[in-house]
Design a protein. Sequence first.
Length: 149
Amino acid sequence: MINPFDDTYFMKRALQEAQSAFDKNEVPIGAVIVMNNQIIARAHNLTETLTDVTAHAEMQAFTAAADFIGGKYLKECTLYVTLEPCQMCAGASYWAQIGKIVYGAKEEKRGFLTMKTTLHPKTKVVGGILEDECSKLLTRFFIEKRNLN
């Protein structure tokens, strides 16, 4: 039996969040958190809107998911995010004990893999889901930013 709710399906939902960020002139990174094939949290970058360097998509999603389930541990959850999490977001995922992280584009300079950030030992990681689509939205955003300045 084919599962319509696979990593690609949920990454497309995260990309919708990234597009919302793009439309708000935020760096277009989106995230969803899934539990039992149900999206329990949706978020996108709000660092400019909230004037808050910690308002990354993942951080917003962790807060919303914890609120939804009524607890701080997200052991049974999967984070889908369009860009490899940074050190801060990976650290938060450690404390939330997220079960799985699925990311789209790789973050060569500040990603948790490059920074060698420790995840919770039980957290599984899958990268490169819809990588081209995720990368293209980010590239388009920064090209347009440069052309406006």
